[in-house]
Design a protein around this ligand. Structure first.
Ligand code: AMP
Length: 487
């Protein structure tokens, strides 16, 4: 199928031709005609599938038929980066149309956004926090919205945005067309979708986990202190053209960035403590090749689209398999091949196994010159992570899960199923028996490593979310190996 078979008018087709979009992607082929017919859509698709064009091309087509000064299409998306990226994409598709596209998101002064709204926009791309702020101040009217898009609904839920979304939805006219997209379909999203959508057409892309199979995935079993050495070695090797390095915390991101910078790698970091301008600037430099490596936390990097990204590194293994899929989905986009490299220390083994089960694939194990020697897991003090980190409504900092119950479950599982030598032998490549030698407790050397980082637990008030996960390696007793273990 070609784009001119899906009933798009010439100005849009011309823009697509210039962008070298030859054929619609699967999700576009399925979604565009349904949206043009005016039906609600429940779409299961992830970033990288072409879903931005899937919903925005028919919106442009429909809105271009009339002129108005009101917001007629509202697109809600979870992060600022994604809001900017979607806006840029829509602007490129609308190059030959006279529609106005605006963006509102937190982290920057609202003045420019208010001026833009006063002038009038047809399509508004927004993050929920800033939109609610503007609505609270009566600076925005949503009563003429004809088309409402909820993008990355599962992430919205994870980030605690559901209440804001419900509030926004109440301000919209009852008669409107709704499009909801989500990479996964947890029960809560399904329930919300059912309450919001009218007789929706359900559109599914191939299973989210299937797409992962196009990306080469490998794992290095490595101790925490050696991860930086390995990262520098791999990044300096020839085949890494550009890479996103994911960390679980802002502190870890800063540490990695500093280390790579010292190793003369062109690198920037993006996370919730960085000013919005610095985040955008870093992203731009990365996209246009001025820097080779972008170090990022999940929230800051969610959905960002970089053409031809050669590598994704999981410097820290994510706790959630879904998040793993989101992370590695940055590479291998639009049919390109990609490489995902994971660094797994002894504390991450359970999470890695959960990921492998989820994607139904064993990762290729690669051995570095620093093979794993620490074979004993750190003790996780009960209840620690629940205190001072819980987000709104007792949700955990980044994932929106209730803080205590899942953690207790995890702790109980680990007690029943402790990591032992046989298990580690299972996952190390050489296959020789592992001999545990003498262990001594690790004492953190600096105050900042052992102490609590107050900035980490600061909520990003504007977007009503937090952008971190507490680094489990800090402020806890570590065990380090002094003797040499054999594999
Ligand atoms: P998205 O899933 O919307 O973030 O899109 C992922 C990437 O695919 C973006 O870089 C788009 O510009 C690109 N893309 C979307 N649709 C097409 C298409 N039909 N042909 C080629 N590239 C596309």
């Amino acid at each position: 199928m070609n784009f001119n078979e899906v009933n798009l008018s010439n100005p849009i087709l011309r823009a697509l031709e210039e962008l070298k979009f030859e054929k619609p992607s699967v999700i576009q082929e399925k979604t565009i005609p349904v949206v043009l017919e005016g039906k609600d859509v429940l779409g299961c698709a992830q970033t990288g599938s072409g879903k931005t064009a899937a919903f925005s091309l028919p919106i442009l087509e429909k809105l271009s038929k009339e002129k108005s000064k009101n917001i007629r299409a509202l697109i809600l998306t979870p992060t600022r980066e994604l809001a900017v990226q979607i806006t840029q994409s829509i602007e490129s598709y609308a190059k030959y149309l006279s529609l106005r596209i605006g963006t509102v998101y937190g982290g920057i002064d609202q003045k420019y956004q208010v001026d833009m709204l006063k002038k009038g926009v047809d399509i508004l791309v927004a993050t929920p926090g800033r939109l609610v702020d503007l609505w609270d101040q009566e600076l925005i009217s949503l009563c003429k919205v004809e088309m409402f898009v909820l993008d990355e609904a599962d992430r919205m839920l994870d980030m605690g945005f559901l209440d804001s979304i419900k509030l926004i939805a109440k301000q919209l006219p009852v008669k409107r067309q709704n499009l909801l997209f989500s990479a996964t379909m947890p029960k809560e999203i399904e329930r919300f979708a059912m309450s919001m959508l009218k007789d929706p057409v359900s559109i599914k892309q191939a299973r989210v986990t299937d797409t992962v199979s196009t990306i080469s995935q490998s794992v290095y079993y490595i101790d925490e202190p050696n991860k930086l050495l390995l990262l520098v070695q791999l990044i300096k090797a020839g085949d890494v053209k550009n890479a996103i390095v994911f960390t679980n915390t802002k502190r870890s991101a800063d540490k990695v960035m500093k280390h790579l910078h010292q190793a003369a790698v062109r690198v920037r970091a993006i996370h919730g403590d960085k000013a919005q301008r610095a985040r955008q600037d870093a992203l731009l430099q990365f996209k246009n090749g001025k820097i080779k490596v972008l170090v990022a936390t999940d929230v800051a990097a969610r959905g960002i689209d970089v053409a031809k990204l050669s590598h994704v590194f999981n410097f820290d293994i994510p706790e959630s398999p879904d998040n793993y899929i989101h992370r590695i989905g940055r590479t291998g986009r639009a049919g390109e091949t990609g490489t995902a490299i994971n660094f797994c220390n002894i504390d991450d083994v359970d999470n890695l196994k959960a990921i492998e089960r989820h994607i139904r694939k064993r990762m290729t194990v690669v051995e570095s010159e620093w093979p794993m020697k620490i074979l004993e897991k750190k003790e996780k003090p009960q209840g620690r992570r629940g205190s001072g980190q819980a987000g709104r409504n007792g949700k955990s900092a980044e994932w929106g899960k209730t803080t205590d119950a899942p953690r207790r479950d995890r702790a109980a599982r680990k007690e029943k199923d402790p990591i032992d030598i046989t298990k580690v032998k299972d996952v190390t490549p050489s296959g020789k028996p592992v001999v545990k030698k003498k262990y001594t407790p690790f004492k953190p050397s600096s105050k900042s490593e052992s102490g609590k980082d107050k900035t980490d637990s600061r909520r990003d008030k504007k977007d009503g979310r937090r952008d971190f996960k507490k680094d489990s390696s800090y402020g806890k007793k570590k065990k380090a190996v002094t003797g040499k273990a054999k594999y």
